[in-house]
Ligand binder design. Sequence first.
Ligand SMILES: [Zn+2]
Length: 139
Amino acid sequence: MKLTDKAINWQGKRTWTLDDAKSLVGPGWGKLIEKIWVSLPKDALIEQVKEKYGTLRFYVSSVGQDVWDVIDAVERESGTICEVCGEPGKTRYDMSWYMTLCESHYHNTHEYQNRPVSLAPKAVTNTDAGQSNTKKEGE
Ligand SMILES: [Zn+2]
């Protein structure tokens, strides 16, 4: 089976694919997400994937120590890889939003005074529940 076909339980509501998980952080970290993804058992339960204080956070339950070891290592590695382009970088603490960036993206700080919209986390929502809460017009 291809890595991209593998779906993992997400917050117990639905299954998510590798691309869904990747969409929650910048494109430069795609390879890091893949490293974690291959180590996840099918019955793993993903709680959250996001960037926090400039590095990757990958929260999951129902996994063994071997998976935790992979996640720990990858989260540490994210502090050395530009979230925008995947080149070597470091976490920058002198910006309004901490980010791990390469020299080139760091020097374009005018673009990154705030977290780029394209890297902003997308909300993880249960679309079914959202629709049932919608009120009909006239009620
Ligand atoms: Zn970069």
